[in-house]
Design a protein around this ligand. Structure first.
Ligand code: HEM
Length: 459
């Protein structure tokens, strides 16, 4: 049995509190298991866990799939109570978490006794970054986490290389603005091509700016990763990707994240080239959230005016704080979380009141449910950026866009910094109006928003 007290980090309540929480583990009936699969799990997998399938995201918005999933989770909680709900799936015990208190505790007590390196995740990430921190356990995980934290300066609002990155952001976003002005329109593809040039410069250095074949190679492997165990590994292509990244680390420009990683790497087993695919691909959600933030600002003129006032006070030099623009970005990530399923696996049996979760149980934190749970969260469906000023997670309330605890995204401050610099440039240079404002009703925002089909008129 897990010693539930010794693992307690800092201010977190002891894990013993799960054993006395009054929340018990329940087992879903076969019918409820089928309904949870149909409404929650299969649509999430169909959209693509590692790379979104565009057609599925468009269909998800049209059919209100996330609204349906959230209602299903609420129905299950009413029926079974708020303890973990074990689904009736043979061979692999899977449990949905239904209480935000459990989410807080499970994330706080990761990676033990709740490991993030679940078998499903290892299979999915194994397609392109088998040695990534997220797929690692034990000592390897600790050393690789340290390297990621040192590179990304986890916890710092302004990265020490921020002023250099700000120049790359401004130059690439300026090209996006010029193209948008010439077309009179800013669409996803225009934005994303420029965003990825910016990402390659930040992650690998200026020499990689136009190396789209590298990111295309990674993209193909991510599609394979979407199917985890179900697709064989493309070993030759994986080797090609990792070899190219190894070369980038070897020749790394000092003012890139790869360069900083090379400087901090103390042990070859930290595998910098296995950490970098995550950096390249995890900027996709950064772009999605930026585009959604621009859409939110377009239909919320009062917040847009406050953001404009904030931007007017900053100079174009350096890295300004931009607390309201960052908060708007985090609110977009709350409304449309880009990691819809945070996964854990129990390394030991864990007690929940007078019930127990077996070792090897796969735990699913379905974030859209906690972020939009109007039975526990005020203003769940409206845009309220002020709730995020000076915060990146609100784990006690189940708001975990970057997860929480020792496995929390190490880029939780870095990404909002880069995104707010990019949005600052676009908002300062362009007047953007959402072309289909009817998609966003400010009194009740939809639970799915397809970023790929958003577009703005640009002047
Ligand atoms: C909007 C953009 C992003 C969001 C919402 C996001 C969110 C997350 C989430 C939810 C996790 C899972 C943590 C868990 O299982 O508890 C994670 C892990 C991670 N993210 Fe991010 N992420 C983003 C962008 C990035 C970027 C750009 C980088 C790197 C430059 C990055 C690096 C990582 C790493 C290395 C991990 C693994 C952490 C570990 O296992 O300790 N993320 N991220």
């Amino acid at each position: 049995m897990a010693d539930l007290t010794s693992a307690a980090p800092g201010a977190e309540p002891s894990l013993d509190s799960l054993a006395t929480s009054g929340r018990k583990v329940s087992k879903a009936s076969l019918i409820d298991t089928a309904l949870a699969m149909k409404d929650v799990i299969l649509p999430t997998l169909a959209k693509g866990p590692l790379i979104r399938r565009r057609g599925m995201v468009t269909m998800a918005e049209r059919q209100g799939m996330d609204d349906k999933a959230i209602r299903r989770m609420q129905t299950l909680r009413r029926k079974y109570g708020s303890g973990p709900l074990v689904l009736g799936i043979p061979f692999r015990p899977q449990a949905l978490l239904l209480s935000r208190h459990d989410v807080h505790m499970v994330l706080a007590y990761s990676p033990a006794p709740f490991t993030a390196a679940t078998r499903e995740k290892q299979a999915a990430l194994g397609h392109f970054e088998p040695g990534n921190v997220l797929a690692s356990r034990g000592i390897d995980r600790g050393r690789r986490r340290q390297l990621n934290e040192e590179t990304l300066e986890t916890g710092c609002q302004r990265h020490s290389m921020g002023p250099h990155f700000a120049t790359s952001v401004a130059e690439e976003m300026e090209l996006v603005c010029e193209e948008a002005l010439s077309k009179g329109r800013l669409d996803w593809d225009t934005f994303f091509v420029g965003w990825m040039r910016m990402v390659r410069r930040i992650v690998l250095g200026t020499a990689a700016r136009d190396d789209s074949t590298l990111t295309d190679l990674l993209e193909g492997l991510r599609y394979r990763g979407n199917l985890a165990f179900l697709r064989p590994k493309a070993r030759h292509r994986r080797r090609k990707l990792l070899d190219q990244l190894k070369r980038y680390v070897g020749d790394a420009a000092p003012e890139s994240l790869a360069g900083k990683m090379a400087q901090h790497c103390q042990d070859p087993n930290q595998l910098p080239h296995h950490q970098l695919p995550q950096y390249l691909f995890a900027f996709d959600p950064g772009a999605m959230a930026s585009f959604r933030t621009l859409a939110l600002l377009s239909v919320h003129p009062a917040v847009r005016q406050r953001v404009a006032a904030e931007l007017a006070q900053t100079t174009s030099e350096g890295v300004p704080q931009l607390p309201l623009l960052r908060a708007a970005y985090l609110e977009a990530l709350r409304l449309w979380p880009t990691t819809p399923a945070i996964l854990r696996e129990t390394l030991e049996p864990v007690d929940w009141s007078d019930s127990r979760l077996d070792r090897g149980t796969h735990l699913i934190v379905f974030t859209p449910f906690f972020h939009r749970d109007d039975e526990t969260l005020a203003n769940a469906h409206t845009f309220d950026p002020d709730r995020w000023v000076d915060k990146v997670v609100r784990a006690e309330e189940g708001l975990v866009p970057f997860s929480y605890g020792p496995v929390q995204c190490p880029a939780a401050q870095f990404v909002p910094m880069v995104a707010s610099l990019a949005m600052r440039h676009l908002l300062t240079r362009l007047t953007l109006e959402l072309t289909e404002p009817g998609r966003l009703d400010p009194t009740r925002l939809p639970a799915t928003l397809d970023n790929f089909t958003l577009s703005f008129s640009a002047r």
